[in-house]
Design a protein around this ligand. Structure first.
Ligand code: ZN
Ligand code: ZN
Length: 415
């Protein structure tokens, strides 16, 4: 028996979203409602009641890990998701291209995202490959650009530590923050912070003179003339899902973070053309790729990000419309295989992203399981409020292990 896990990022909402209804409640979702009727629903606290989740920690928990034990930070997942080969001892970061200008206090941040730069990132990436640290010896720097202003960077060398401060000030009009060791008595952290400060300075020297930045300035756009680092982290110790359950899984995700988390858990990546990690993603292509992948894999994890993007943008209509697209284009093609008893499906979110708050909150999110082994409940539709009455009740995390349990792959605890 095969399974598909779909996580719609930031799916959950509040009654303030749309005049008393959540975006999910207001959306027309005949396919999710049909699966709710054929399966069972409930509420899941992504990490635990009263814990406000980040997307990374929530995903680890939903995949069956204890994020309090295994989470080391976000940078390593960004590096893995972007295709960097992360080894034990490497220190990883998520990176922004930013715009800075020289001032008496140092490089002052003018735009933290370099105007959400949309072209030329490969040229910037190629230029940054010239970084060679000389003050700090024996440390190599690897950088990859991702979408828009985003990228990932890793440091490789003896005696490095992820326990350092970031360089991103998280506001404009102030200088770049000098990275400092979190523990001043730790020479590895001291050395790593020095490496970060040296590479930051070099990134400014290398990027400033580039043709692409001269053109951006001439066009009135902010130059991408420095990189800001945050999310310092090392490779986490994660027992691969294949060794826990004896099955092989794949991930389909446009966002590097989500692909990276799944890779760290031992899934294999499936590239889908048109999977952007945004509201414009090709959901039909993701559904087709997930179904096709079940020929080669025991389960597939599909991540969609647009719901969370619309929540952060405080755009209720966009979130509702995207949920309706998920229902039509992603869930629709899976209803037949579920009803024919060929697959089990789990659908949920990784947290609530209400419109008026514009960020993650700690309410539980609705979760749905359907397939031949799922005992049905009384649910007739899929929503936060309906899930509160669902047969699965309320539980914390572990949605993937529950799905794999329905597929008869759970290892027995005890004898
Ligand atoms: Zn999320
Ligand atoms: Zn978010």
């Amino acid at each position: 028996m095969k399974g598909i896990l779909i996580i719609a990022d930031g799916l959950g909402g509040r009654p303030s979203d749309l005049a008393g209804e959540t975006c999910l409640e207001a959306a027309t979702t005949p396919n999710l409602d049909r699966l709710a009727e054929r399966g069972a629903i409930g509420l899941v606290d992504p990490i635990g009641p009263g814990t406000r989740p980040g997307s990374d920690t929530a995903h680890l928990s939903l995949l069956g890990y204890n994020p309090y034990e295994v989470y080391t930070g976000r940078g390593v997942f960004e590096c893995l998701g972007i295709g960097l080969d992360v080894k034990k001892g490497d220190v990883c970061f998520r990176v922004n291209f930013a715009s800075v200008e020289e001032s008496n206090e140092g490089l002052r941040v003018v735009d933290r995202r370099a105007g959400r730069i949309e072209t030329g990132q490969k040229e910037l990436e190629a230029a940054l490959s010239k970084i060679k640290l000389t003050d700090v010896k024996g440390v190599e720097v690897y950088f990859r650009a991702s979408t828009e202003h985003r990228g990932a960077l890793l440091l490789r060398g003896e005696g490095l530590s992820p326990w350092i401060g970031e360089t991103d000030p998280h506001e404009t009009g102030v200088p770049i923050v000098r990275s400092v060791p979190l523990d001043r008595s730790d020479p590895a952290a001291e050395r790593t912070a020095a490496a970060v400060n040296e590479l930051t300075r070099q990134s400014y020297e290398i990027l400033t003179g580039l043709e692409i930045n001269r053109k951006r300035i001439a066009a009135g756009k902010p130059p991408a003339n420095v990189i800001l680092l945050r999310g310092s982290s090392e490779l986490p110790h994660l027992q691969p899902l294949s060794s826990i359950y004896g099955v092989h899984g794949a991930v389909i995700a446009g966002g590097a973070l989500y692909r990276g988390i799944a890779l760290a858990c031992g899934m294999e990546p499936i590239e889908v053309e048109g999977a952007t990690g945004g509201l414009d993603t090709d959901l039909s292509a993701k559904a087709a790729a997930a179904l096709a992948a079940l020929d080669r894999y025991d389960y597939v994890f599909v991540h969609v990000k647009g719901t969370d993007n619309a929540g952060h943008d405080k755009d209720a209509q966009a979130k509702r419309a995207f949920i309706e697209r998920i229902d039509r284009e992603l869930i629709g093609p899976l209803v037949g295989p579920v009803e024919e008893g060929r697959i089990h499906i789990a659908f949920t979110g990784d947290h609530t992203t209400p419109i008026d708050f514009g960020d993650h909150t700690d309410e539980p999110v609705p979760v749905l399981f359907a397939g031949p082994n799922v005992l049905t409940d009384e649910a007739r539709r899929f929503s936060e409020r309906a899930a509160g009455q669902g047969g699965l009740g309320r539980f914390s995390g572990r949605v993937l292990p529950i799905l794999l349990g329905y597929c008869n792959w759970s290892p027995k605890f005890g004898s």
